[in-house]
Design a protein around this ligand. Structure first.
Ligand code: ADP
Ligand code: CP
Length: 314
């Protein structure tokens, strides 16, 4: 039986230490090759989605460096669209190359620019939480803050400071119905990159809003809307841990929703990194009754063969 899997790619799948286009494209070539085992036996319909936090923040900085009268900076919704196109292009290139290398060039590839509907009254608009762009040390933050007093910065999981922007929850993917036939015809689809372009519904259609949607929550929404059998969130760790980075850390394998909720209540997962992944995975399980797994790209073969990773079940 054919399984449909939505794969959400974490930051390390695209960006290493080098933010050049060449290095990011190369990282995606490696990523695409690692994903091929999922579809090699024609028993999985794979839908791919990815983040854009570093890229969209870098793009905004690049635009601010330009002459604002002649070449104005684009608003955040448009910048999200630009990075969705940018990474979607790289993703397409990488998949084409990986498919040729594996004698699978018959599989058609497409990256779709998609919009994600959010609620204009989402409280997230009042409280920015989504880190974008580069990391700064304390002196760097002070310099940026002097230049851009309205920007908000937070410390990001011990890795330095980053600018944060509003991150409302996805309620719907506008193009969901349009992409379903593509998936059913075995097209390798990249969709909802960067969480999707944030829009609110209006009487005339949709209007873009200044936000960056969390790609794990949008992946959960995509997985729900395309009736995926699994949501697979790929990040830098093979498993979610309790007591993470402590001598008594313990990896989680198959975990029920109730057990996971108890770990959340114990504050086992860092806000801004593992917590949203766990919450997004749980949202998919809660809405569909189907499992979600959090693991790494490196562990993909083991996930396929032995169902390894942290699997959340009802
Ligand atoms: N309890 C935990 N178990 C496993 N990893 C955790 C935990 N808490 C925080 N982390 C960190 O969260 C990271 C994943 O979040 P992040 O790097 O923001 O995701 P992304 O892969 O989407 O860029 C892991 O690489 C790990 O360092
Ligand atoms: N949009 C988003 O969640 O991007 P990152 O995963 O790169 O932070």
């Amino acid at each position: 039986m054919v399984r449909r899997i939505v794969v959400a790619l974490g930051g390390n799948a695209i960006l290493t230490d080098d933010p050049t286009a060449k290095a990011q494209e190369q990282a995606l070539v490696t990523t695409a090759e690692k994903l091929i085992p999922l579809i090699r036996n024609n028993d999985v319909e794979m839908v791919v989605t990815h983040g854009n936090g570093p890229q969209v923040g870098n793009l905004l900085l690049q635009q601010l460096a330009a002459d604002s009268a002649k070449n104005p900076a684009m608003p955040l919704d448009t910048a999200v669209a630009m990075t969705q196109g940018q990474i979607g292009f790289w993703m397409g290139q990488a998949f084409t190359r990986a498919l040729i290398k594996n004698d699978m060039e018959r599989v058609p590839v497409i990256s779709v620019v998609t919009r994600t509907v959010v609620d204009s009254k989402d409280p997230a608009f009042e409280k920015p939480t989504k880190p974008i762009g580069p990391f700064y040390d304390e002196a760097g933050v002070a310099e940026m803050q002097a230049q851009y007093p309205d920007w908000v910065f937070v410390e990001d999981s011990g890795r330095g400071y980053r600018r944060v922007v509003p991150s409302p929850k996805p309620t719907r993917i506008v193009e969901a119905a349009a992409i379903k036939p593509l998936i059913s015809s075995s097209v390798l689809v990249t969709v909802s990159g960067g969480g999707g372009i944030p829009v609110v519904e209006t009487s005339e259609g949709y209007e873009g809003v200044e936000a960056v949607i969390d790609k794990d929550f949008s992946a959960a929404k995509v997985a729900e809307l395309v009736e995926a059998d699994n949501l697979l969130i790929l990040t830098a760790v093979d498993n979610v841990f309790v007591n993470f980075n402590k001598p008594d850390q313990k990896k989680l394998e198959t975990v029920t929703m109730a057990e996971m909720q108890a770990y959340i209540d114990e504050e086992q997962f860092a806000a801004g990194s593992m917590l949203p992944k766990v919450q997004a995975a749980m949202e998919f399980v809660n809405r569909t009754g189907r499992p979600a797994t959090i693991t790494s790209l490196e562990n993909l073969e083991d996930f396929l063969n032995n169902d390894s990773g942290t699997k959340i079940i009802p």
